[in-house]
Write a protein that binds this ligand. Sequence first.
Ligand code: CA2
Length: 143
Amino acid sequence: MKILVLNGPNLNMLGLREPDIYGNNTYADLLELIKAEADRLGVEVEFFQSNHEGALVDAIQGAYGRVDGIVINPGAYTHTSVALLDAVKAVSIPTVEVHISDPDTREDFRKISYIRAACVKTFKGLGFEGYLAAIRYLVENIK
Ligand code: CA2
């Protein structure tokens, strides 16, 4: 089983700014944590981060026929991107939405998630643990 882990804009800045919201750990720490959980579960993981909407669309399209599940934190594109929603719908790969913080408890503009309609599950407000929960969810639910 292969899982693609996608991260959107500014998530490469983890640990460097806004530690009160996103914690002190870095993007590299996040990848290490996910890889350890994937190894424990015996699944292959591939990582991609971009600050560009089209690059994320390309990554989702590139997963078609190649990947069994997607974990995505679209960052701010969560609240703006119909293109990411359409891409997940188009490839029809089970996709889990993850947010480190809980956007529903923040500014009103973060309360809308376009991509959620195409996702099988959402984990939010759990910090980095949300990504691990997403990996476990896909492993348990993809047959
Ligand atoms: O809570 C999340 O994971 C978010 O997807 C993070 C996005 C935000 O726009 C969403 O509403 C919720 C922002 C990611 C920015 O990450 C930073 C990391 C370090 C320093 C500054 C920003």
